[in-house]
Design a protein around this ligand. Sequence first.
Ligand code: HAM
Length: 421
Amino acid sequence: MATFAPPPGTADIFPAEARRWRTVENTAAAVFERYGYGELRTPIFEYTEVFQRGLGGETEVVQKEMYTFEDRGGRSLTLRPEGTAGVMRALSNTDVMNGVEQRVYYCGPMFRGERPAAGRRRQFHQIGVENVGRCAPLLDAECIAMLMEFLRSIGIEDAKLAINTRGVMADRGPAGRLLRDYFSAHIDSMCDDCRSRLERNVWRILDCKQEACRRIVAEAPDYVGSFSAESRAYFAEVQAALTALGVPFTVDPLLVRGLDYYVHTVFEVSHSGLGAQTAIAGGGRYELFLPGQNKPVPGVGFAAGVERLMMVRDALGLNHDESVPVPFFLVGLGGPARIANLKLADALRREGVAVALELEERSFKAQLRSANRCGAALAVVRGDAELERGVAIVKRMDNGEQTEVAEDRLFAYLSEFDRTR
Ligand code: HAM
């Protein structure tokens, strides 16, 4: 048989897996709502400039990975590669500009034209939050603590949190020069990507994965030491708050993150249960220009990759089958019995009871096989003879025991069985 695979880097999520995703998504919603966050659903595509301006034209995502197309009017649209820029676009219609805090979370597909690999997809899914409108170290610490609490709530307790500071925009000039001077002296032994990063975005050299570059990066000067006293004090307060909250972390000066909008705190959470793609979540404080505004709006947030959370939960043995078998299977022999069964199923389903039944002409044996396959506890069997006598045969699937139940008692009998099971 020909197989039709979905496009590279995408996947079909079948019911058993989707059920496990929903557990994680529902837990996220419950945790975030306790911290005062409400759900925001933004469009899956936006005007391209929302991302170009929001993420920064020099970022890898904007330069190489966006799915961009024209709409009918010739305007450029892009499938969202991440959630923050669209959330900020949506919030530009609220009073965040006046310093009113907005706490929102989101959950859904994102699109990046990356090379597919384990844990790296072109359509992937994020659960994210944004706390927008204010800027304070304790907000950053609260946001990070909430991420760790969410991970704990879905059974991921041994994730590693790394944090760093990117300072404010004014710190970038002096610190960037310090790094550029240092890397210029070693650039001959560095990779081609780092050579072009030297001029375009020297910070990205810090997270180059090439062995030769990493050795040079390891000896790079302490650029954080050149940040302003205010920026360093901000970062110290974030660390003190995390310590006060009992959230373990390490400071990683090489953590810069791939998007340009970050200032002050950045963080990433990794887990050994993943292969090469170790980041299960990442985020930080940022400043973004909202459409039509000439003053940036501050925010702090993160996004976790759902596929990666599921991989970690797999590695930890947490992905159990969460399906609940239907209690009843209605076996119908002959047209009138099938109609009677359809009516009974309808009545039970309205009462909140799950029922499966056969709606086509099939043999008794085949129908019992179906009852077995869906894990039903009872099979309710009716044919013309039973209809005539006004009864149904109720058969226990575990031991084959049969009881005859009068038609007018059948609904009550089954509801009672479901309640006391
Ligand atoms: P990001 O680090 O680009 O940040 O993505 C966040 C998470 O999404 C990653 O840690 C990873 O788990 C997952 N992820 C990213 N790309 C892929 C992919 N191709 N396949 C599978 N999973 C992936 C952001 O997107 C920021 N918007 C986070 C943020 C929110 N910062 C502030 N607020």
